[in-house]
Design a protein. Structure first.
Lengths: 525, 191
């Protein structure tokens, strides 16, 4: 019943935006980094539903692990326009809440997601490369907001989603008759902020050690009740990466003077005016002889860059798929010319919206509360049912999940393959009852999510190894008991067909050599 | 009569050739997954094309960890056998010798398919054989190669001893013919 309810909820998964009225002006309630500094991101005026299965309890169950495939590369190094190495990029794929039903593998809406998994923050206005399913797009700008929710209860061990932030009431530590309580903070993609900011600790009984308010950049909260059973917040905030602006074509990068212009299709982008003293540049976009954009960008407010929304937006212009900005580095102006970066084929990835090149998927950029980007998720919108021999194509066919054999409740054979057809090993087996998966080695797949699913993933890997080698001791199951052997299994545990043939050839070879030696001995007598 | 010197020479040439080719085509891995496939540990992979080892050291580490010595032995044995089989063509007939040599060639290619040169070879369609042999330990492939080439060598040498060369009129050939006939009498007494 719970599964049915979850499925119905997931099936109803559409871009759901709800406006809400808050009891206070949280722009003045939240704490800035230092006195007098504005909040870098605006307070969100609406709530957008997060991707399904964002809570910790929805993590993959005893998933298969695949470190990568040639077409799903890991640890790709990139440099920005200034030659500075950026954190390596990883392709990651996750499947959660999958199951077997009537001989078919079922992946619910939102059960599969591709993640552009980065080892560190992706930064705007630097010309940083951001891979989009293999294409090397350039990350230009972003929109981030702070979502605030009021009267939020988190039961012990459970989690809630606020914007793109996931809070989990993780632990209570007793001391005499007192106690303190730890809150783990993650993203909808699974990024665990513990490595960056630590975990907030709250306490109602140890006021000299901790209080009931926490501040972790723009993830902040004020609790009114903190007990071993639950935390109740008057308000709690999280960040949401509402939009990423990227581009596939670089038109110009350098110093430009008044009158310089560039064309893209039927559009002309022109530097109409430069006022170095005021720190501004006027940009015109002309279509069919008409000025369709007349925008003055600048001045540069270096002390607030790159994260402050207003300071950043003052430098950026957009018109259709044309975008650009006045680059603050190394200097916005030199010798009367402006330092510009101009792009064509610009596109946006909007939180919760369809992924335009493949509308079977919804996109969710993942934000860090400091204002950096941590990749983006592409989640399947519809339920997928796969019979043996059928496959589900990932976004733009970037990868494929293939079911090879199902027997009763067990998935005996399934694999994932990349666009070029490079396959993983068989991820199925006699005790495999879903196609839950963790693929990749990035910040989420290779590190953060291991805290939640690492134990069962290792147990599953050991069992698969034990079955493949036919030896060793099977570990006691920590959760469900392994399923019985499927009927009709004909192979001998530990011997692949190739190994059986090789052993047969060895025996034949021994016999043949023995025969020859015996014949020689006989003839020499 | 087994030409041991010829076979040992061919074995050494082929084995050293394989080691040389392995070194020549060795590429520093581009990804962590490639590094793992080449026998390196995750902590030894620094960045694309960069390991905690220099290239020559990295090759040797990979050669040892991937147990390439067994492939080297397999290739050497197979090539030595092919040379021997072809050298017996006059006595055993071109078809038998060619078939035996072809068998030796198949053994050599099979060994290569699971070697660290296989990614290079896969472009010519050897992926299937490599997949079939992927679960077979390299020492077992080397043992099978030893058994099969050993059997082939014993068989061809027996057959050579049993078959007279055609008369050519050359003194050396005639002498050989007499010797082979003598051996034949010992091996196959008249009824």
């Amino acid at each position: 019943m719970a599964r049915f309810a979850r499925s119905v909820t997931a099936t109803a998964f559409v871009l759901s935006t709800t406006s809400f009225a808050l009891a206070a002006d949280y722009a003045s309630v939240l704490t800035p980094a230092k006195p007098g500094l504005p909040l870098a991101h605006p307070i969100a005026a609406n709530d957008i539903a997060p991707p399904p299965f964002s809570e910790i309890a929805d993590r993959p169950v005893k998933p298969a692990y695949v470190p990568g495939l040639p077409g799903l590369p890991q640890a790709r190094p990139f440099k920005d326009d200034f030659g500075v190495p950026r954190p390596p990029k990883f392709d990651a794929v996750f499947i959660r809440q999958s199951r077997v039903e009537n001989g078919e593998v079922v992946i619910p809406p939102g059960g599969l997601y591709y993640l552009e998994d980065t080892m560190g923050g992706e930064v705007a206005l630097r010309g940083e490369t951001l891979p989009v399913l293999g294409r090397l797009s350039t990350y230009i700008d972003y929109d981030m907001s702070i979502v605030v929710k009021e009267n939020v209860t988190i039961p012990a061990g459970k989690s809630v989603v606020v914007g793109g932030t996931v809070y989990q009431y993780y632990a209570t530590v007793g001391h005499e008759k007192l106690a303190n309580h730890a809150l783990h903070v993650k993203t909808i993609a699974g990024t665990d902020w513990e490595w960056a900011f630590g975990s907030p600790v709250l306490s109602a009984s140890e006021p000299n050690w901790w209080g009931t308010r926490f501040t972790q950049l723009y993830n902040q909260g004020q609790a009114r009740e903190v007990t071993p059973q639950k935390m109740v917040f008057d308000w709690i905030s999280g960040v949401r990466m509402d939009r990423l602006l990227l581009a596939d074509e670089k038109l110009f990068n350098g110093l430009a003077g008044v009158g310089d212009e560039w064309t893209s299709g039927n559009r002309t982008i022109r530097v109409a005016d430069i006022n170095a003293e005021a720190g501004t540049v006027r940009i015109e976009v002309i279509e069919s002889g008409n000025v369709v954009l007349n925008r003055t960008i600048g001045p540069v407010k270096n002390e607030l860059l790159i994260e402050d929304n207003d300071a950043r937006k003052a430098l950026v212009f957009e018109h259709g798929d044309i975008a650009g900005f006045l680059s603050p580095w190394p200097a916005p102006f030199k010798d009367g010319k402006a330092n510009l970066k101009i792009y064509a084929k610009a596109f946006s990835l909007n939180y919760g919206a369809d992924y335009a090149p493949d509308r079977r998927f919804a996109v969710y950029p993942v934000g860090c509360p400091t204002g950096h980007n941590f990749g983006f998720m592409l989640t399947n919108k519809d339920e997928t049912r796969l019979k043996p021999g059928q496959a589900f194509d990932g976004p733009e066919g970037y990868f494929k999940v293939v079911v090879d054999a199902v027997d009763g409740a067990n998935v005996l054979g399934w694999h994932i393959e990349d666009k070029a057809g490079n396959r993983s090993v068989n991820l199925g087996g006699r005790s495999v009852t879903n196609v839950d998966l963790v693929l990749g080695q990035g910040r989420v797949a290779g590190q953060a999510i291991l805290k939640d699913v690492g134990r069962t993933m290792l147990e599953r890997t050991y069992q698969a190894l034990a079955q493949a080698t036919g030896g060793g001791v099977h570990p006691p199951a920590a959760s469900a008991a392994p399923a019985a052997s499927p009927a009709g299994a004909t192979y001998i545990a530990g011997f692949s067909p190739g190994l059986l043939v090789a052993v047969g050839v060895m025996l034949l070879g021994c016999a043949a050599v023995g025969y020859e030696i015996g014949r020689r001995r006989a003839s020499s007598v | 009569m087994i030409p041991y010197r010829l076979m040992i020479a061919l074995f050494l040439v082929a084995a050293l050739g394989y080691v040389g080719a392995s070194f020549a085509v060795f590429e520093m891995p581009a990804t962590a997954a490639d590094a793992e496939n080449c026998g390196f540990l995750p902590e030894e992979f620094v960045a694309a094309g960069k390991l905690t080892y220099e290239r020559s050291t990295a090759w040797w580490v990979s050669f040892q960890r991937k147990e390439e010595i067994w492939t080297t032995i397999s290739v050497g044995l197979a090539v030595a056998f092919m040379g021997f089989a072809l050298s017996t063509a006059r006595r055993n007939g071109a078809r038998a010798a060619g078939g035996a040599a072809l068998g030796g060639g198949v053994l050599a290619v099979s060994a290569l398919c699971v070697s660290c040169l296989a990614p290079v070879l896969s472009v010519v369609g050897l992926g299937l054989a490599g997949t079939l042999l992927a679960g077979v330990p390299k020492w077992l492939i080397a043992l099978n190669t030893l058994l099969l080439t050993g059997w082939g060598t014993l068989y061809l040498s027996r057959r050579s001893a049993a078959c007279a060369l055609p008369q050519t009129g050359l003194p050396v050939a005639a002498a050989k013919t007499n010797r082979e006939r003598k051996i034949q009498w010992h091996a196959s007494p008249a009824p």
